[in-house]
Design a protein around this ligand. Structure first.
Ligand code: NAP
Length: 292
């Protein structure tokens, strides 16, 4: 018997239906959630990502603005646009699509986004809120992974979770979210000498590496939950994750769980962007009421 699939598409649909209802309720009170997406330059992959984000907003009752700029846009011009969006009451979330052209410093741009509108959760202040356990907007991909784990019904308290990867956008926030759920967390990276030593002991493994077949069948414990964040191409050019999917699914056995690629983490990332935008709109409404 092979491990059960965690269906990210089905979970996304379910969560998005709830978000759509919350967006309509906000709209009825004159506060439709609004997301501004900024794209600088002509990176074709980025163009697809932003199109999908804007489309998802339209499908679920969120207002969205897509601002496209030539790669000649200056850093000062971009910072001025962010400043204007920070002050725009119709916008509750601001997302600047990465990568930016080399003459624009991403850290400066992310720092310019008001923390209350940082729906990517990438700013130093948002990271500080997460590290300190304060309320705030969390990075979308790790947040989506948490929802996928929760959907299995597996309680994280006291469990051993291993995160492979330590990027600021996925690995580190993932580890912090797992820690906040009372898991015992190990973070592995490219300098970890024996990855399998750690993953074989794990009840939950989150692979966020960007290298296919990083997690193999001899590296997992039967019954574990495996979340595959990786987005790679196999020899045939097909999308695949970091996990040797078929072999690991078999090794996990009937009591295990695994996310497919595609159809696992991917759809959840955009869903969490919508969730953060709706959360931000509700928080703005509550803050306004408190100040009235
Ligand atoms: P990243 O910034 O390149 O980080 C990769 C991490 O993997 C680094 O911490 C690196 O270690 C570690 N690593 C590299 N080789 C390793 C190895 N052999 N063993 C153990 N660890 C190793 O990438 P990222 O932005 O976190 O993204 C990771 C993957 O997730 C990529 O495939 C990306 O496309 C995908 N992704 C998917 C979504 C989605 O929505 N599905 C969203 C975001 C990212 P060092 O720190 O030591 O270099």
């Amino acid at each position: 018997m092979t491990a059960r699939l965690i269906d990210g598409l089905a979970l996304s649909r379910e969560i998005r239906a709830g978000l759509g209802a919350r967006a309509e309720a906000l709209a009825a009170r004159g506060r439709r959630p609004g997301l501004a997406v900024i794209l600088v330059g002509e990176n074709p992959a980025s163009a697809v990502y932003v199109r999908n984000k804007v489309k998802a907003c339209a499908e679920h009752g969120l207002h969205s603005v897509l601002e496209k700029y030539q790669s000649t846009l200056t850093e000062a011009e971009l910072l001025a646009r962010i400043k204007a969006l920070n002050a725009d009451a119709a916008i509750h979330g601001i997302l600047v699509q990465m990568p930016l052209p080399p003459h624009i410093a991403p850290a400066k741009v992310i720092a310019a986004i008001a923390t209350a509108k940082d729906v990517d959760g990438y700013s130093v202040l948002s990271a500080g809120e997460l590290t300190s356990g304060l309320p705030g907007l969390r990075p979308c991909t790790p947040l989506g992974c948490m929802k996928l784990i929760e959907s299995t019904g597996a309680a994280l308290r006291g469990k051993h979770a291993v995160v492979i990867g330590r990027s600021n956008t996925v690995g580190k926030p993932m580890a912090l979210l797992l820690l906040q759920s009372d898991a015992t967390v190990t973070v592995c990276h490219s300098r970890t000498p024996d990855l399998g030593l750690h993953t074989r002991m794990a009840d939950v493994v989150v692979a966020a590496v960007g290298r296919r077949h990083t997690l193999r069948a001899d590296m997992v414990k039967p019954g574990a939950v495996v979340i595959d964040v990786g987005m790679n191409r196999n020899d045939e050019g097909k999308l695949c994750g970091d996990v040797d999917f078929d072999a690991v699914r078999e090794a996990l056995g009937a009591t295990g769980w695994i996310t497919p690629v595609p159809g696992g983490v991917g759809p959840m990332t955009i869903t969490m962007l919508l969730a953060n935008t709706v959360d931000a709109a509700e928080a703005a409404e509550a803050a306004e009421a408190a100040n009235a």
